[in-house]
Design a protein around this ligand. Structure first.
Ligand SMILES: [Zn+2]
Length: 276
């Protein structure tokens, strides 16, 4: 599944080349998770503005005659990837959306079709506002502090791993990053979020930022083509301390890494380094 680093690397890859591009045509393939929500003709002639990211959504704002003309909210779902190419070639069976512009064609390839491209009149109006409503804080937003995170975690009574994965307190902690950040911070994945002290929450925030920054760095530096669904996370996983390493020695204390299932997802942790 594309995680926040893949989406951010994608944003960085398409933002500059698409900025100021004029929409010439749209091509819709098989239905995605939600319908486009407007006639494709409505978008033709629009100019693409700076591409934003919120959680794992991308927002492509459009302008017409210098005025805001809504935009497209994109989600990569379980298996989606975007590529911007001058000559995209004939659409294949998994290519379900083309935004044809005078700077190239942005193509969504999504075999499982949980991805989406939705028109919205603005980012803060429905349907975009509704889809983004439950998203937690951005991990690198300076407004997210150890104090504000501590307060948000105190209002939940669930295992910290589940709270992180849920994305309603802070976005971006996909399974690999949640496991790694908790290991780095020395926090047991089943520890209740409302019982974590301020110092441990502060360590957790630093660890989450460090793991995501490392994945972004690897994704940005090792991927030639940002259209790789598992690019950044895959590169990061090769240096993970616990994720996917059940039975292997913890790099810090050499005890075997354990695997448990929480909320239907695999959790990897070290019983030696991570306390409740
Ligand atoms: Zn350990």
């Amino acid at each position: 599944m594309p995680e926040l680093p893949e989406v951010e690397v994608t944003r960085q890859g398409i933002d500059e080349p698409l900025r100021g591009a004029r929409v010439l045509a749209l091509r819709l393939g098989k239905p995605l998770r939600w319908p486009l929500g407007c006639r494709p003709q409505r978008l033709i002639g629009g100019t693409v503005g700076p591409v934003l990211r919120r959680g794992k959504y991308l927002w492509l704002p459009l302008a017409r005659d210098g005025a805001d003309a809504g935009g497209l909210l994109l989600h990569l779902g379980m298996s989606g990837s975007l590529a911007l190419r001058g000559q995209p070639g004939v659409a294949g069976p998994h290519d379900h959306f083309d935004l044809v512009t005078d700077r190239g064609t942005l193509r969504l390839t999504d075999p499982r079709r949980f991805g989406a491209v939705v028109y919205s009149p603005a980012l803060d109006r429905p349907p975009a506002a509704r889809l983004l409503a439950r998203l937690g804080a951005e991990p690198f937003d300076p407004a997210l502090t150890a104090e504000s995170l501590h307060e948000a975690l105190r209002a939940r009574r669930s295992p910290i791993k589940s709270v992180l994965l849920g994305g309603e307190v802070v976005v971006g902690a996909g399974n690999i990053y949640a496991c790694e950040a908790l290991h780095q911070a020395g926090i047991h994945p089943a520890a209740r979020s409302d019982r974590l002290g301020a110092l441990r929450v502060s360590r957790l925030l630093s660890a989450l930022r460090a793991t995501l920054a490392r994945a972004l760095h690897l994704g940005g530096s090792t991927l030639r083509d940002f259209s790789d669904v598992h690019g950044a996370s895959g590169a990061y996983q090769s240096e993970a301390a616990v994720y996917g390493r059940a039975g292997a020695p913890c790099p810090r204390c050499a005890r075997p890494v354990r695997r448990i299932v929480q909320g239907g997802r695999s959790t990897y942790y070290c019983a030696g380094c991570q306390r409740r």
